[in-house]
Design a protein. Sequence first.
Length: 638
Amino acid sequence: MPVITLPDGSQKKFDVPVTLAQVAASIGSGLAKAAIAGKVNGKLVDVFFLIESDADVRILTDKDPEGIEIIRHSTAHLLAHAVKSLFPTAQVTIGPVIENGFYYDFAFGRPFSVDDLAQIEEKMHEIAQKGHVVTRKVLTRDEAIKFFKDLGEEYKVRIIQDIPEDEVLTIYQQDDFADLCRGPHVPNTAMLKAFKLTKVSGAYWRGDSSNEMLQRIYGTAWKDKKALDDYLKNLEEAEKRDHRKLAKIMDLFHIQEEAPGMIFWHPNGWAIYKAIKEYISGKVAEQGYEEVVTPQIVDIELWKKSGHWANFGEEMFTVKTEDRTFAVKPMSCPCHVQIFKQGLKSYRDLPFKLAEFGCVHRNELTGAMHGLMRVRQLTQDDGHIFCTEEQVQEQASLFIQSVIEAYRDFGFDEIIFKLATRPDKRLGSDALWDNAEGALAKALSSLGLAFETRPGEGAFYGPKIEFHLKDCLGRMWQCATLQLDYAMPDRLEATYVAEDGTRKTPVMLHRAILGSVERFMGILLEHYAGKLPVWLAPTQAVVMNITDKQADFVAEITQELKKHGVRAKSDLRNEKIGFKIREHTIEHVPYLLVVGDREVESRTVSVRTKDGSDLGVMPVGKYIELINAEIARRGRTE
């Protein structure tokens, strides 16, 4: 008879095998009603799972992250159920959970319209409110194929045919709708209360552009209406903050069809870019790096030798000339190894640190590109540390501290650390990976930093620490990385002379604080809604006259500000001062300096801020002190 051990260590004994639902009921009626699914010996199962022997059991509700995921997965099935009810000729394919929601792909003779989405969502609510019981059934491979063939669901049959023969096949049914799925699912559709369909788009079957186009419906689902409303409000706010909209308002950059995924920087955008770049250049100089520049195209043989061609070749652009094939670099690491190899290196030269704002190209799919966030041409704040085995932990710790410092200066205080470990497709032996993963884990632990492990998410050449920062809307962005690599320097024959006179291969640390300058700039714009801190603002101050009589003094002040390193402009247009102030406020200029007759006479300026605050009249010298102090403070609030 089973003995059930609960998360708090307490135990419950049963005389007969019991379902998870019965375990929940034995604890309390409230838990029985709220139970979505559970974990039995660490495995996710439905509430009707039968426990026949001793087990560790945890009941999941909508308060658990896994519970929310199950709600979302079940809502994807609810979506498919509604579509089949309204459009019987539509064929169902796949419907996975994604961040904050789900999607489902359908084969249908026409695109779904906005009106269709509203109708489908209404039908979903109708089905959910009927409280259909959800059941699970195990089928043999032949039974499953026949079942879906009889339904006319050709895509489900194709999915089953691709599933390994030894895998258990299950279907979940609610009312007259059945779907192939591993589960688990909510026990009753009445538990699906807070959801919203968000958009529809095209999607290729199996993600392959050579396959047929399907219709993908996206949605979001939450535990209750309040959580849903909060999320939708955040979506609305994110829409307002979209960096592509801000780029038009602030005249930062544009993208056009003749250069897809590549940025045309305007003066304002380039001013922000340069401010970011100058900051990072100062940081790497403090940390003992030497800045370098390496070629844009390199013979494909180097990329083959480094391992990039085998692991990354599909994303690389190539150029042929004079019977040679060159690849446009997707990253700078093999080129930095070539610099390390110039001249004999000794253990006394280590750590040897190189940094580069490397312009790299990656052949992203057209549908994946998105403003600054995903481009084909990007600039990495790339850097590599060549060091001994004994220096790894110290160098990793120093880099981690520098990232925390830099993010604080940019205005981000919350960082999540993740250790991504060996993927299936990788270079190097298991022993090398053991050493590499252990070194990075120790670096994080030595700084007292909590981290989560992401199995299989490392780069092909080594494990990595991922730095995920949280923006003002609570969105997580993975930017900085630190990757430990024993394999590449060995493959490219990089060596140094050890203290005992032997030749040894250095350990290589790949690191970036921002990752992609373009993407980081997009994150900054959305985090601040375009109202960048003064040190990053493209125009830090605009000096405006009220009448033509003040034009000369405005020009004089503007030049004085520029002389002291302030990015200043003058606005001498024959417009009302209120109009000028409104226009530059919309453009998110931090300081607006107004000059009238009184200011000319006293050689002062009237200072306003972008949020409408009036700082009063002050001498130009005092204002320069004020703005330079704010620039020096960067994004810090203290």
